[in-house]
Design a protein around this ligand. Sequence first.
Ligand SMILES: CCCCCCCCCCCCCCCC(=O)SCCNC(=O)CCNC(=O)[C@H](O)C(C)(C)COP(=O)(O)OP(=O)(O)OC[C@H]1O[C@@H](n2cnc3c(N)ncnc32)[C@H](O)[C@@H]1OP(=O)(O)O
Length: 169
Amino acid sequence: MQENFTTTKKTSDSKCFFSHATVPYDLNEGGSVYGARLLEWADNLSGLVSIKHRRGSVTTASFDQFNFVNPIQLGDFIFGEAFISGTGDASMEIFLKFVGEKSVTGEKYLAAFGFVTYAAKKLKPGEKVPKIIGETDEELSIMQGYEERKKIIREKIERNKALTEIIKL
Ligand SMILES: CCCCCCCCCCCCCCCC(=O)SCCNC(=O)CCNC(=O)[C@H](O)C(C)(C)COP(=O)(O)OP(=O)(O)OC[C@H]1O[C@@H](n2cnc3c(N)ncnc32)[C@H](O)[C@@H]1OP(=O)(O)O
């Protein structure tokens, strides 16, 4: 019998949010938030988004890019947001951003943003991840660049094949 897969979903079906008040445990020796803490939150947030989008198991394929724009200081609030910004057959690209906020003045700044690719696991024969429909102006603008980013990823994957041949174990 033919399986009936959900073929399209909206960004709001899977969008996820993160909020946190910076504590000493988050800091590097320079007194700002340790980059790897942000990467951990980013991986977790994008994992949730991709699971909600495909409603099945997923794995992180690549941090395609991650940009640390401004350091986050002790006591600042951090607000994260992530949504599906493009889909392939088995892959989901997640855009995410972290916005810092001074807890007393409310002043906001862009702390970091990036793109992470997740791959769906255990797809059934003929199944693809659902396509994505953007809803806000910001989502639609970011989604416009997906095909160009995917082209770069395909080229990277090809180059990596050659690299993995020469990496010594
Ligand atoms: C049921 C649920 C319960 C859940 C319960 C709750 C749990 C609460 C979770 C909280 C959220 C935390 C989530 C943490 C998630 C980890 O921590 S995952 C751990 C780290 N990641 C890994 O260990 C992955 C290791 N790598 C691999 O397994 C394989 O290399 C991969 C990534 C699956 C790719 O395998 P492959 O054979 O190359 O697969 P292939 O079919 O060629 O490619 C599949 C797609 O991935 C894309 N892709 C492959 N490599 C790359 C790359 N390097 N760059 C970009 N795209 C790539 C391909 O282009 C392709 O896309 P499409 O063109 O089909 O759309």
